[in-house]
Design a protein around this ligand. Sequence first.
Ligand code: SAH
Ligand code: SF4
Length: 384
Amino acid sequence: MPAPADPLPVAGTTAAPAPKPLAADGRPSLIGLDLASLTEVIGALQVVPERQAALRARQLFHWLYHRGACDFASMSTLPKPLRQALDDGWSVARPDIATAQTAADGTRKWLLRFADGQEVETVFIPEDDRGALCISTQVGCTLTCSFCHTGTMPLVRNLGVGEITAQLLVARDALGEWPTAKEGRLFTNIVVMGMGEPLFNYDNIAGALRLAMDETGLAISRRRITLSTSGVVPRIAQCGRELEVGLAVSLHAVRDELRDELVPLNRKWNIAELLEACRQYPARRPITFEYVMLHGVNDSDADARELVRLLAGLSAKVNLIPFNPWPGAPYACSSNNRIRAFAAIVEAAGYASPVRTPRGRDILAACGQLKTASERQRRQRVAA
Ligand code: SAH
Ligand code: SF4
């Protein structure tokens, strides 16, 4: 078994990794490259005059992230020799879609398979006037939160910028939303709440979100992006400073003893340190505190009152998440009455406390249920 991904790579000391293939065709992928890298790629091909490289790179960027081109032949504004040279050495193919499912409530889930055979899931959650794409940042997760299915996957690796960006492109492809429309889109928001801990893969998620936010590309405003972390305290400030996206924090417990058990990362950065990082986060919008409702574990009135005490002075909202069961999970979900009573205490203190409606449970697409089907099958075979 490969070693788990380094949980906290040191910022700024690693050179950008070489682009790698996304699809089975074996050519390195342009997906995930930013304008500067595309300019370098074009320059190195030496088929257009050097002074044209920047212009051609902007056009290529537009084809990739605004028009969603899936092949070089359709990139009609690029000179033919350049298209040919790009096609000889590079690919814009998407990763294989191993399965695509639609739930009774319209939630869609794609299982993407990358060139090395590793897989992740991406989920689209439509709502009345918007839709959020829930993206993954790692294959599995090095953390082992006791209520989360993803945390039970034994094989873990970080996704590259291209592999994260490809999730956005696959959703736009499937929803038929190229070229990037300004109005009336289905896919309007991004939530970084899929498989993995995004702040353990900071550079790659940051690169993908910069492409997502680029007005000349995918054009999803930072106001419509929310990143969820289980509490990688040193990276929270960096995320606020550099990306300015909305922050969601998986709190789930109000005492360190219990949080150590539910979210083991708490042993490294405890509740007080986590909340201090939240207090420093740029207050463009309230921080969302996620709180999974576990029957008899963290759902008492006393827990709710302590939660209110902890949040004092913070611009916050509390998202109560009914526990989503998975085979073999050691918890049950709190009753509706208990969730309502908990929410009432939080709301009485002035914090919005919506209860998250589980979406796509029938296709195992809800929070904490993501774990790739092949992984499930592999384990079932071992258990048999
Ligand atoms: N790793 C990041 C983001 C992915 S998890 C994080 O932990 O924040 C997205 C959210 O789903 C987190 O709040 C997580 O705690 C929650 N979650 C995990 N398993 C769950 C389950 N079985 N039921 C409900 N929510 C769950
Ligand atoms: Fe990882 Fe988040 Fe699941 Fe915890 S809840 S195991 S951090 S994906």
